[in-house]
Design a protein around this ligand. Structure first.
Ligand code: MG
Length: 359
């Protein structure tokens, strides 16, 4: 059988508007700087995926990086595990983190999208599962309960059974009052998660999380610096709440390292940092063997394909960064997201792409 080959790789940078700005204890996001990656294949299919650059400062270097990688990938077969091995070998001395790791992971997603589109199947099906509804939580930045009450109620009206808010205000009492007010607003039956976005020291985190113990919290996310696995473990031992982390792990080995360190009760790898669909599947195995619940981070469209084949599937994070440039954004139905195919279901709205394109 002739395997499809990579004919070309194209990338465009956009600043996409997002439904609501995301304020965190470690910086704000007003719009989504995205790199839209297209892998054109020899069987006339285009595999697509987007990379979230966090800040517009990453976009030009990423475009340049695509130009550097293109000659090494054009002519190669669209076989994600082989391309991952190729990139790991090529950059062994440098290591796959940072912008390079984000791009390699995004290319992996685009390969899988191409394979699914060529087969006329959702990626979830290619992975041995099927597109099924996955429960999602609505993911907020820092909120002002009075100002955001209507939005929070609208989330519940959409059927969300869980809400996440960011904490980490200078004054810990403000964190407590906000968490209390949001809990009151959403009622006792909705899961409430909080995210400190790496803003605390371990000692501070223990004090602050204990102070929140009167509020029923579903998880406490990244209380300390993501790389500080021992700090996470220290906090986890000292508090009742479940500790969630993983969005800043680089490739499956970081997941294994975090588990070995006892850093968390729950994990939430990010498709763009964990090695795309291929990296996720490795981590799904590690998590299954450790009986650890797995949630997703961003990338609603692709996450909806990998969570159904994750044995310890937990929650899908609904933070919608791609919808402004997608022909068919993911929909929330009864608080759940169902994967769309073929492929990852990623097709650009070309008019919107031109509108938001930069450079
Ligand atoms: Mg987070």
């Amino acid at each position: 059988m002739d395997l499809p080959k990579i004919r070309d790789i194209c990338a465009r940078a956009v600043i996409a508007p997002i439904p609501r700005p995301v304020r965190t204890a470690s910086g704000s996001i007003e719009a989504a700087p995205l790199l839209l990656v297209d892998v054109l294949t020899s069987d006339e299919v285009t595999g697509s995926a987007y990379l979230f650059g966090y800040t517009p400062a990453t976009l030009k270097p990423l475009l340049a990086l695509v130009d550097e990688l293109r000659p090494e990938l054009v002519g190669q077969a669209v076989v994600p595990v082989e391309r991952m091995a190729q990139m790991q070998a090529r950059f062994r001395l440098l290591g796959l983190q940072g912008l390079l790791g984000m791009l390699v992971s995004t290319l992996d997603m685009a390969y899988w999208d191409a394979l699914g589109k060529a087969a006329g199947q959702p990626v979830a099906t290619l992975l041995g599962g099927r597109a099924r509804p996955v429960r999602a939580y609505d993911s907020y930045g820092m909120v002002d309960p009075a100002h955001d009450a209507a939005a929070l109620r609208a989330s519940l009206d959409k059927g969300f059974k869980a809400i996440k808010i960011k904490l980490g205000h200078d004054d810990p009492r403000r964190d407590l009052s906000i968490a209390r007010e949001v809990r009151e607003l959403i009622g006792p039956d909705i899961a409430l998660m909080v995210d400190f976005n790496q803003s605390l020291s371990p000692v501070d985190a223990v004090r602050r999380i204990r102070a929140l113990e009167t509020v029923d919290l579903h998880w406490v996310e990244e209380p300390v610096i993501a790389e500080d696995l021992l700090g996470h473990a220290q906090v986890r031992k000292a508090v009742e709440a479940n500790i969630q982390t993983g969005e800043n792990w680089w490739f499956p080995r970081d997941a294994e390292r975090a588990l070995s360190a006892g850093a968390c009760d729950l994990m939430m790898p990010d498709l763009m940092k964990i090695g795309g669909i291929s990296g996720w599947m490795t981590v799904a195995g590690i998590a299954a063997a450790a009986s650890m619940p797995v949630s997703s981070h961003l990338f609603v469209e692709a996450s909806a394909h990998v969570l159904p084949v994750t044995p310890t599937c937990d929650w899908l994070e609904f933070m919608d960064f791609g919808s402004a440039v997608l022909a068919e954004p993911c929909a929330v139905e009864q608080g759940c997201v169902t994967a769309r195919g073929p492929g990852l279901g990623i097709v650009w709205d070309e008019r919107a792409v031109e509108q938001y394109r930069i450079g």
